[in-house]
Design a protein around this ligand. Sequence first.
Ligand SMILES: Nc1ncnc2c1ncn2[C@@H]1O[C@H](COP(=O)(O)OP(=O)(O)OP(=O)(O)O)[C@@H](O)[C@H]1O
Ligand SMILES: [Mg+2]
Length: 569
Amino acid sequence: MSFPENSRVFIGVDFGTTHTGAAFIRPGEVLKVISSWPTLKGNHLDTRVPSRMAYAAENPHSLRDVCGFQITPNMTTISWIKLALDPSMLNRIRDGLSGHDNWADSVGIYRQPEGRDHVRIITDILTYICKRVNKALQLYNLECYPKTVAFTHPATWSAEAIAATRQAAADAGFGNEQEDDIVMISEPQAALSAILIDPGCAQCFLQPDDGVIVCDLGGGTADIASYSIYQKKGQPPIQLTAHTEPLAGSTAIDRGFYKLASENLIQEFDNLGLEERAPGGSLMTDFESVKCEFKGAMDGESRQLAYSRNGRHSQVKLSQHDIHRLFYPIITNICHCLSTQISEANRIAQAPIITKISLTGGFANSSFLVAAIRRRFENTHLRVYRPDRPHDLVAKGAAILAKDSFSREKISFRHYGVGLELPTAVGDLMEMSNDRNGVAGDGATREDIYWFLAKGEHYQVDSTKTPWLGFQLHQDLPCAVVHVYDSEVDDKPRTVTEKGVRRIGQVIFDFTPILESGWQSIGQELRIQVTITLGQSKIDFEGWYGPLPVGSAHVEMFPPQRVSADSGM
Ligand SMILES: Nc1ncnc2c1ncn2[C@@H]1O[C@H](COP(=O)(O)OP(=O)(O)OP(=O)(O)O)[C@@H](O)[C@H]1O
Ligand SMILES: [Mg+2]
């Protein structure tokens, strides 16, 4: 089927720790946020759907696996599964949740029923999202159009976690047609691209050469990144710093309430049914309203929250003072992270360039939180901006970036290269050449990098480079690992140990088919032809020995930034 020029749909998916949203841009430039999600009986009107899954195997009264708004409060569920993809994040969350075990159980954090792996559970959640997106596209007869889908991830996600998210998205049915494409972008970067076109801020908020902090306050994490914008016309904002604060999302307040209820307010609280104390349960739904409506008044009346036990209805009182105490630690933490990121960004820019703070994510709907952050920075030159519907910004921005990414002519923001830092058991590097650097001579070491794409180089999307790599067939393990590196340093670093070099992926070449074919034997030299295809936001590698494929992999090309993201410790 052929489509008129420019007939492509651009989809943004903000797969959040607690909620997910999606938006798309149809031909003709109309941006639409999906605003209803399937329940078991119909639709629920909301732009965010819970990122939760419940399997029939664990819920005998459920006829099938269900997700999002199809889940009822009494079900055993799995949630927060997105953060499990990053092992360092997983450990920090586990540490941070110690003492909150019952809350974590009621939410279903990181559960892996029947040993399902995390990517599989995420695939199941994204399948529900994908079906809904396709249904929305059907309404406009767009379901068969080629699609570019942008998926978001936290600002400090590891390359492995990004690759796993992409895999889950593809397995769920996103970007599966030949002309489709998936791009991966960070949450604050997506939020910034939506802020930059937001009519409320475009004129008055961000000015050329401004530095801005984007703070995406979600349910699980606070994702904070700083950017300098409009350095040169047409150049995307440059990321200066990035930080993910693991447990600084709005659910920190829920955990505080859960603890307070369990220790002080409700006897035998942990024995209440899930239909009361799980998200969406009646007590937690009442608390959600109290939390969302809280404006900070100390003198207001106490709030009554309803719950029932064994059919008997009761109420519990929460004073304004109690609510204040639940907000304080989290607000202090967010303000501290903001101050640190501002100082760090100014240090990197070598000038006090940060003048604006933009708050996005569901938690940025809290008037109390926003007022507190404004108060914290009121005697400085910093201005705090909270766009309308801050919870939709990341999904919208992802759709915008999906569109931006679809240009065939690109400029590389980094050098990209390969290195063969091989364990001795694998085999020795004999020699290696590529079509620009020439042959690596006897002086080459295991730490040398062979750059195949230079910073500032112009290239066409889907163009290829075809260097060859030389290996020796080794008897112990007939395979080789090729590491992929990038660097933003202007002068190409020579070795992997130099500053500014990052390992962003690997390609494993398996030489067993060559041995089995009898074409070569142990100890002989192999010349592997490598096809490197430069994509919209990834690089595909394929290795060939004559007609025999020996391995392939794809590696993310990350958006521009001045320094590597910290891990948020
Ligand atoms: N007015 C409000 N006050 C406080 N919290 C709010 C308010 N409105 C929404 N929230 C909270 O926002 C959270 C959801 O935000 P969002 O959808 O941005 O999170 P997420 O994207 O799933 O999380 P993350 O970005 O950490 O992965 C929920 O915990 C919800 O309680
Ligand atoms: Mg989010």
